[in-house]
Design a protein around this ligand. Sequence first.
Ligand code: NAD
Ligand code: TYD
Length: 351
Amino acid sequence: MSKTLFITGGAGFIGSHVVRLFVNKYPDYCIVNLDALTYAGNLANLEDIASKPNYKFEKVDITDFEALKELFAFYKPDGVVHLAAESHVDRSITDPFVFIRTNVLGTCNLLHCAKELWKDNYTDKRFYHVSTDEVYGALEFDGTFFTEETKYDPHSPYSASKASSDHFVRAFHDTYGLPVVVSNCSNNYGSHHFPEKLIPLAINNIKNNKPIPIYGKGENVRDWLFVEDHAAAIDIIFHKGKDGQTYNIGGNNEWRNIDLIRLLCNIMDKKLGRTEGESQQLITFVTDRAGHDLRYAIDSSKLQNELGWTPSLQFEEGLEKTVDWYLANEEWVRNVTSGEYQKYYELQYSK
Ligand code: NAD
Ligand code: TYD
C-alpha cells in the first residue's frame, strides 16, 4: 500500500461517498474509516465496498483521546480526511453540548494525534478538515456570495462548533506547522442522506402522504450541491490543494426552500403516478427555526480556477437521481428511521 489514510465519519452521508470514491479510485491506498456509528452512521452505506482489501473499519469515538492515540500508533496514517461531526442544525439547538464535544474536542484530539505522529517529518503528510459554508453566517438577498475571505459569523450552535474547529485546524498549522487544508461546502443532497434533513425528509413524507414541514414562509435560500460532486472536490483538494489553504465548494445553485419543495413534489408526482399538483397539497408551513439563516451562496471560483473542479450535474437531474435512489431503497429508509441497523452493528462491532 502506498499510503494509509484515515477518513473520519465515513459511515455518514458525505463520508460514505468519500470512502467509496477513495477505495475504488486508489486501490494502492489503505483506507481506514473511523466512525463511532452514532444515529447518523450506518455501515450499510458501504456494503458495496466493505470487503475490498484496501478498506478497513474502526469503530471509535473521536472524543476518546486514548483510543485515537492507539489507532494512530497502530496504523501510522499519512493523511487524515476529517468529516466526523454532529451535523444537524435543529439538533444543535436542542443539545449544543454534543456538538462542542464531537466537533471541537474531537477535531482537537485528531489534530493533536496527527501532530505527534508527524512532527519530526511533515513531508507528504496532510490533515484535511471538511467544513461548511454555515460558518460564514447568513447573506441578504443582494447577489453577494461567501468567498474564502468572508469573515466568520456563525449563528447556530452547529455552525459555531464548526467555526471553532476550523480555527483550531488553522491554529495547528500556524503554531506547529501541521500541513492542513480546509474546505467549506454548501448544502449537499444525494443518496444515503439521513431523513431528518430537508430533501430526504420531504421525499420520505411525500411518498408516505405525510405533511412536508416548511419552516417559516419557505423563503430561506440554500445553494445545493450533488454529494458525489462534493466527494470529487475533496479528492482534488486532498491531492492538489496548497498547504494551509481554504477552498469554498458550491453548486452555484440557489433555491428558495419552497421552490425546491415544489419542484420535488412535481418530480414525485410523476414517479408515483399521481396527478400534477397532488403532492404539493402536503406542504405545511410550520414555526420557523430559531436563528434561521436567510441565505447561503458560495463563490467557488478559487477551486474552479486553481484546481480545475466543476460540478458535474444539473440540479433537476441530480434531484431525480436522488428520488430514484430513495424509491429503490425503501428498506434503507425503514432501517435508518427505526434505528434497527444500529443494534445490528453494535453487536457486530462491539469489542
Ligand atoms: P452525517 O451526520 O451524515 O454523518 C456524520 C458521521 O460522523 C456519522 O457517520 C457519525 O456516526 C460520525 N460521527 C459523529 N460523531 C462522531 C464521533 N464523536 N466520533 C466518530 N464519529 C462520529 O454528516 P454529513 O452530512 O455526512 O457531514 C459530514 C461532514 O461534512 C461534517 O463535518 C459536516 O459538517 C460537513 N458538511 C456537511 C454538509 C451537508 O450538507 N450535509 C455540507 C457541508 C459540510
Ligand atoms: P437542512 O436540510 O436542515 O440543512 P441546513 O440547516 O444545514 O441548511 O435545512 C435546509 C433548509 O430547509 C433550511 O433553510 C431549513 C429548512 N427546513 C425546513 O423548512 N423544514 C424542515 O423540516 C427541515 C429539516 C429544514
